[in-house]
Design a protein around this ligand. Structure first.
Ligand code: ZN
Length: 431
C-alpha cells in the first residue's frame, strides 16, 4: 500500500501499472471479504458481539456504508451456496453488482452454466443474458404509483440520470431481507435536531389528516402538519406501548398474580420496560450493548423450564435474535432448532385445518345455493314455501345433476305417491 497519497511525481506508465495492480488486489480482497462475511453470517458471530443482525454488525463494526453492507451480505450469502462466485469475483469475471443481479435466477441446476456465461459481461449485457434465459411477458403500459422509498437501484438512477432504468436489481425485497429496520431513507437531517420528512399519502390518509387538523383547531390553530404528526405519534405510541409492555397512567393498586409461569404480568412488563429503557439488554464480552429496540421480547433470566419466575428481577428485555441466542446457549442449537420446527409444524397444521374448514363451508354454501334453484319450480307447482324449502333440502346432495332431475327428487320427497305424475308435470312446466 502506498503510504504517500501524493502521486504527482510518478510517470504515467508507473501510475497506470500501480492502479491496475491495486484494482486486482481490491478484487482479491473483496472475494476474501465475501468469504469471511459468509462464514461469520453462517456462524451468527454478530450475536455474541452484541448485534442483532449481520447488517448492523457490518455498519457499526466493519464501518461499511448501508449500501455496501447490503450488497456484500447479499453476495456473500449466494456465494456460500455457489462457491464458484468467490473465484469469479477475485478474477474480475463478476462484479458484486452482477452477483446481486444473478442471485434470484441461480439454481443448483443452472449455476455452473449461468455463471460461466455471465463472466466478463457488462451490466446491460448481463440483463440481455437474463432476458434470453428467463424471458418475461411484455409489460403493459401503465402509470405507476410513486414508490414511498427509493430502492438502491432507483437511487442509482437518481444519482446518475440517463442511465438505463433497471428492473432486475437489489430491490427493497432483498434489502429488507438482509437489513430489517434500516434507517428510513426519506427522513433527512437538516440541522441539529431538525429533520425533513417527505411522504406521499393516499386520499384516505389525506382525509384523516384534514379531520385531525379540524379537531385540533383550538390546540393547533395553524394546523401545522408537524404538530399534528407529533400528537398523532404520541397517541399511537401510547397505544402500542400499552399493548406491548402494559404501560398505563393508572396502574392497578394490587397487581393480579401471574396466570401461568410464562405470562409476564403487566406491572412487571412496565417496570422491566422502564428499567431497561426499551432496549435489548444483551452485552458482549467486550462490553458492547445490543442497540436493538425492535421486536423486543420479555425474556426470563432463568428459563421457565428451570423454574424461572416472572418477577421484575427475573425478567429482562431482549431482541428476538439475542433471546434465541441465549436459549441456544442454554439448551443447545439442535434442541432449539427442533423446538422451532415443532412450532412451525403446529402452525402449518392449524392453517391446513382452517383452510379445510373454509373449503367445507364454501362447498356447503354452494350446495344450498344450487338446491335453492328448485324452490321456484316447486312453488309454481303449488307447494307452500315451507314445503318447497323441504323439497330443496331433499335434493341438496344432487348438486351436479340437471335441474329437472333435482326437481323430480324434490317432488318425490314431498309426495312419494304422486312422484311419477308430478315429475311429468314438472317436465311440462319446465319446457
Ligand atoms: Zn439484542
Amino acid at each position: 500500500m502506498p503510504t504517500n497519497y501524493s502521486l504527482t511525481h510518478l510517470p504515467d506508465s508507473a501510475l497506470l501499472r500501480d492502479l491496475n495492480a491495486l484494482a486486482r488486489r481490491d478484487r482479491a480482497i473483496t472475494a476474501a471479504l465475501l468469504a469471511h462475511l459468509a462464514e461469520v453470517d453462517a456462524r451468527k458471530l454478530y450475536l455474541p458481539a452484541g448485534y442483532p443482525s449481520m447488517f448492523l454488525y457490518c455498519i457499526h463494526e466493519l464501518r461499511l456504508s448501508e449500501d455496501a453492507a447490503l450488497k456484500r451480505i447479499c453476495a456473500a450469502r449466494i456465494a456460500r451456496q455457489f462457491p464458484g462466485i468467490f473465484e469469479a469475483v477475485a478474477e474480475g469475471q463478476l462484479t458484486l453488482a452482477a452477483v446481486v443481479t444473478l442471485k434470484p435466477f441461480l439454481t443448483k441446476e443452472n449455476a455452473r452454466d449461468l455463471l460461466a456465461s455471465a463472466a466478463g459481461k457488462t451490466r446491460s449485457e448481463l440483463e440481455l443474458l437474463i432476458a434470453e434465459h428467463f424471458p418475461r411477458p411484455d409489460m403493459p403500459t401503465q402509470f405507476a404509483p410513486i414508490p414511498s422509498t427509493l430502492t438502491l437501484d432507483e437511487c442509482a438512477n437518481v444519482v446518475a440520470p440517463g442511465r438505463p432504468l433497471r428492473h432486475i436489481a437489489l430491490g427493497d425485497g432483498c434489502a429488507n431481507q438482509v437489513a430489517p429496520g434500516r434507517p428510513l431513507r426519506h427522513i433527512a437531517p437538516l440541522s441539529v435536531g431538525r429533520f425533513a420528512l417527505q411522504v406521499t399519502i393516499g386520499q384516505e390518509t389525506h382525509d384523516k389528516l384534514r379531520r385531525a387538523q379540524d379537531l385540533l383547531a383550538h390546540a393547533v390553530p395553524s394546523g401545522e402538519v408537524a404538530q399534528v404528526l407529533d400528537r398523532a405519534l404520541d397517541a399511537l405510541l401510547r397505544q402500542l406501548e400499552s399493548r406491548k409492555c402494559g404501560a398505563t397512567s393508572q396502574p392497578r393498586r394490587a397487581p393480579r398474580p401471574a396466570k401461568g409461569q410464562r405470562t409476564v404480568p403487566a406491572h412487571v412488563r412496565r417496570a422491566v420496560w422502564d428499567r431497561d429503557d426499551g432496549q435489548c439488554t444483551f452485552v458482549s464480552e467486550a462490553g458492547k450493548r445490543c442497540p436493538s429496540r425492535r421486536g423486543l421480547e420479555f425474556d426470563h433470566l432463568d428459563p421457565v423450564a428451570r423454574g424461572g419466575e416472572a418477577t421484575v428481577a427475573g425478567i429482562r428485555l431482549r431482541c428476538r435474535a439475542h433471546n434465541q441466542y441465549a436459549a441456544e446457549c442454554t439448551f443447545g442449537v439442535a434442541f432449539m432448532q427442533e423446538k422451532r420446527e415443532q412450532a412451525r409444524a403446529a402452525v402449518a397444521v392449524r392453517q391446513a385445518e382452517r383452510a379445510e374448514a373454509a373449503a367445507r363451508q364454501a362447498e356447503h354454501a354452494a350446495r344450498k345455493e344450487r338446491a335453492a334453484e328448485v324452490t321456484p319450480w316447486l312453488r309454481q307447482l303449488g307447494f307452500r314455501s315451507d314445503e318447497a324449502q323441504r323439497g330443496a333440502a331433499a335434493c341438496e346432495h344432487l348438486d351436479d345433476a340437471p335441474l329437472e332431475e333435482r326437481v323430480r327428487v324434490a317432488l318425490a320427497s314431498l309426495s312419494p305417491h304422486h312422484a311419477h305424475r308430478a315429475g311429468r308435470d314438472s317436465r311440462m312446466a319446465m319446457n
